[in-house]
Design a protein around this ligand. Structure first.
Ligand SMILES: O=C(O)CCC(=O)C(=O)O
Length: 287
C-alpha cells in the first residue's frame, strides 16, 4: 500500500464517498501544475491559444464568467500536464483507495474561482450520471492547487450517496433521451441535499491535498466569500480502473472519446485510445 494511504482514508471513501489524502503532492508539483493551467487560461482569454478539434480526444471547453473559470479536457492536449501526472505516484494512491489493479487517466476539469460572486459556487451534481460506463472505478482525483479554507469555495458532499443503488438523469442530459428504469429524476437529488437532516460534509484542504470522490457521490462547492484577494483552484482528473465497462447510457453527453466507434457494450475501454498508465505488480501490491 502507498505510504500516504491509510485504512482510515479507505474507510472514509467506502463510508461517505470521499477520501482526503493530505499532502499527496509536493509544492513543486502544485506550482508546476498551476503554471501550466495559468498559461492555458491566459492564452485562451487573450485568444492566442486555440485547441481545435482532435481525432480521438474530446473538445476543450472553456467557460469564464462571474469569477468562475471552468476548463475541461486540457489534460490530453498539453503534454507537460500529462508528464506531471505520469511522473508522480498519484495513480497508485488513487488505485489503493478505490481498490483497482489498473489505472487510466480519462478526463479533467479545472475549476478556478476569483472574486466573491455567488456564481463561484459549483451546483450540486454527481459525476456518474453522465457517464456511459458501468462499475465503480471512475473516481475524481480533485487536487487543491491553493489552500481551500471554508471561505474559499471548499467542496461539500452528501455523505453516503456513494452507496446509491440508482443513477440520476442529469440536468445536462441529452434532450428528449429516454432514461433507463433505474434512473431517478434530478429534482430528487436536489431535494436530498436540501433536506433538514442531510448529512453534508465540507472538505477544507491545503494546497497539494487530494480528495478522491466516488463517481456516485453527490457534491457541490460553497461560494467563495474570502475577503482577501487571490483565488481558489481545484484540478480534477477522472480515472478509469479495473471494473469499468462501456455501458450505453442514452442520457449521456460524455463519450469517453470523440468517436464511439471503438466502444463495445460490456467490454473494457480499448487500450489504443485509453492507455493503461499504471498496473499493480509485486512492487506496489496492496497485501
Ligand atoms: O472544484 C469545484 O468547484 C467543482 C469540482 C467538481 O464538481 C468536479 O470535479 O466534479
Amino acid at each position: 500500500m502507498h505510504p500516504k494511504v491509510t485504512q482510515e482514508i479507505i474507510d472514509s471513501y467506502n463510508e461517505v464517498g470521499v477520501a482526503h489524502v493530505p499532502g499527496a503532492f509536493s509544492i513543486e508539483w502544485v506550482t508546476g501544475m498551476t503554471k501550466i493551467i495559468d498559461e492555458a487560461i491566459t492564452g485562451l482569454r487573450a485568444g492566442t491559444t486555440e485547441f481545435g478539434p482532435h481525432q480521438t480526444q474530446r473538445d476543450v471547453e472553456f467557460e469564464d464568467h462571474d469569477g468562475y473559470v471552468r476548463l475541461i479536457n486540457l489534460y490530453n492536449r498539453v503534454p507537460e500536464m500529462n508528464a506531471l501526472v505520469e511522473n508522480c505516484d498519484c495513480a497508485e494512491i488513487v488505485a489503493d483507495v478505490i481498490g483497482s489493479d489498473i489505472m487510466r487517466p480519462w478526463m479533467d476539469g479545472t475549476f478556478m474561482k476569483e472574486g466573491v460572486a455567488a456564481e463561484t459556487a459549483t451546483p450540486w451534481h454527481n459525476d456518474e450520471c453522465l457517464f456511459p460506463l458501468s462499475g465503480h472505478h471512475s473516481p475524481s482525483m480533485w487536487v487543491a492547487l491553493t489552500d481551500v479554507s471554508r471561505d474559499n469555495a471548499p467542496l461539500k458532499t452528501l455523505a453516503g450517496s456513494n452507496k446509491d443503488p440508482h443513477r440520476y438523469v442529469s440536468s445536462w442530459a441529452l434532450d428528449g433521451a429516454e432514461a433507463p428504469p433505474n434512473f431517478h429524476p434530478w429534482d430528487e437529488l436536489l431535494e436530498r441535499t436540501a433536506a433538514p437532516d442531510a448529512d453534508i460534509r465540507v472538505w477544507e484542504a491545503k494546497a497539494g491535498d487530494i480528495l478522491i470522490i466516488h463517481p456516485k457521490t453527490i457534491h457541490a462547492s460553497l461560494p467563495r466569500t474570502a475577503g482577501q484577494s487571490g483565488r481558489r483552484i481545484g484540478f480534477s482528473l477522472r480515472w478509469i480502473g479495473s471494473d469499468i465497462r462501456y455501458e450505453f447510457n442514452p442520457t449521456a453527453k460524455l463519450s469517453p472519446f470523440q468517436s464511439s466507434a471503438l466502444l463495445k457494450e460490456g467490454e473494457p475501454l480499448p487500450e489504443e485510445v485509453m492507455p493503461i498508465t499504471w498496473r499493480r505488480n509485486s512492487d506496489n501490491a496492496t497485501a
